[in-house]
Design a protein around this ligand. Structure first.
Ligand SMILES: Cc1cc2nc3c(=O)[nH]c(=O)nc-3n(C[C@H](O)[C@H](O)[C@H](O)COP(=O)(O)OP(=O)(O)OC[C@H]3O[C@@H](n4cnc5c(N)ncnc54)[C@H](O)[C@@H]3O)c2cc1C
Length: 382
């Protein structure tokens, strides 16, 4: 008998889908190339939107997380005029977003997968998918090679595979150096987004520390990684024009950045989710937030189908594609535009950015629209 749903990848996205399908009456199985629990070691720190918090609450994973609220965001550009500050209180909100360690989120999801007794085949990579009329034959590479069948395959393997014209993208020539640094003074739940010619630098309040996402050229990343602790802290303070003072930093890690997306996230009895559907630049912190909206939309459709209905039905997957088109396109488009608009030193663009930041600063409704966009995704545009 084929499984109803086979999920490729037990990262945060694959596990979130499995948990969201827990009461759907479907026989769901997760497959991951790495040993069980490997995602708990993810060093990234994620900024989560309010909409993501609501979904994680529904999945009963939010309560156990030590999430740090962002109550103020300071946006500025290096070497240019214009700055703005977005305040949660101005929009009658408790927080503009929340900061969570990705490894901790993965751990909480893994616990829910275990509680719900959802089977996980770990240490076993999916090597090939062969969709047929009634199901997909999924070839597994592991200690023993074998194949399983599923009526729907949800691919959440964390990267966009392939290089043909079904895949779009852009190479930004940027790497992110990430770390966690301790400020000399309390951060007061203030996040910074600083646009520099090499790329954006974000400081996100995380516990009593700051999570640092430092975007720069590949050579710039080499330089940042080679610095000793104090040199690196001085460099971040210099980029922030003295707005923060830092005393300690954890080991730094590097991630190459590019935009890669599947033009169509739906295929025959197959759907791609999370980084397997689109890998975004982290400038706006949208990757996991968008993925969770996709997961929730798919799970909602699958949960409302009558018992015994085919989860890989083409009409159902087509409804999913239509439901997600606008939010997905807008999130990919705005993230890409932000990177290209803000990662350069061209004088006319610098002036335009400064004017944009001044306009935002002078216009509370615009700041409100931006705050809602950050919290809920494209459906929040007025
Ligand atoms: C520097 C940085 C900062 C970021 N900041 C934010 C942020 O602030 N907010 C936000 O929303 N997003 C952010 N993101 C994006 C976010 O990290 C990703 O969207 C999210 O982690 C993707 O999760 P995933 O489950 O799709 O992939 P992954 O976490 O990569 O998981 C994929 C899983 O699939 C498994 N796998 C791979 N291949 C196979 C195979 N063939 N068979 C079986 N299993 C397989 C892997 O072992 C892995 O466990 C950031 C990204 C970066 C790089």
């Amino acid at each position: 008998m084929p499984h109803d749903v086979l999920i490729v990848g037990a990262g945060p996205v694959g596990m979130a889908l499995a948990v969201a399908l827990k009461d759907a009456g479907l026989d769901t199985v997760l497959v991951d190339a790495r040993p069980r629990g490997a995602a708990r070691g993810d060093p990234r720190v994620l900024a989560l939107a309010h909409g993501t918090r609501l979904t994680l609450q529904r999945l009963r994973v939010w309560e156990g997380l030590s999430a740090t609220p962002i109550r103020h965001i300071h946006v500025s550009q290096a070497g240019g005029f214009g700055r703005t500050r977005i305040e949660a209180a101005e929009h009658h909100l408790d927080a503009l977003g929340y900061v969570v360690r990705a490894g901790e989120l993965a751990g909480a999801l893994d616990d829910r997968v275990r509680d719900a007794a959802i089977p996980v085949i770990d240490g076993c990579a999916v090597a090939h998918l062969a969709p047929a009329s009634d199901d997909v034959i999924v070839s597994l590479d592991g200690e023993t090679e074998r194949a399983v069948r599923a009526r729907l395959v949800a691919c959440a393997e964390g990267g966009v595979q392939g290089g043909d014209d079904t895949i779009g993208g852009r190479d930004y020539g940027q790497h992110a150096v990430i770390t966690v640094a301790t400020p000399a003074d309390e951060h007061g739940h203030l996040a910074f987004e600083r646009f520099t010619p090499d790329g954006p630098l974000a400081l996100l309040p995380c516990g009593r520390d700051y999570a640092v996402v430092h975007t720069t050229s590949p050579r710039g990343a080499e330089r940042l990684l080679a610095m000793d602790e104090r040199e690196y802290l001085d460099e971040v303070e210099r980029c922030m024009a003295g707005r923060v003072r830092l005393t300690r930093v954890e080991p730094r890690q590097r991630f190459p950045l590019a935009l890669r997306y599947r033009r169509d996230p739906v295929g025959d009895r197959t759907v791609w989710l999370g980084n397997a559907a689109q890998t975004l630049h982290p400038v706006a912190g949208q990757g996991f937030n968008l993925a969770l909206r996709d997961v929730w939309a798919l799970a909602s459709l699958l949960r409302t189908t009558p018992a015994g209905a085919d989860p890989g039905d083409a009409a159902l997957l087509s409804r999913y594609r239509s439901a997600r088109r606008v939010d997905r396109g807008a999130t990919i488009g705005t993230t890409d535009t932000l990177v290209r608009l803000f990662s350069n030193d061209l004088a006319p663009l610098k002036a335009l950015r400064g004017a944009g930041l001044l306009l935002l600063d002078a216009c509370p409704p615009l700041r409100g629209a931006l705050a809602r966009r950050m919290m809920f995704g494209a459906r929040a545009w007025p």
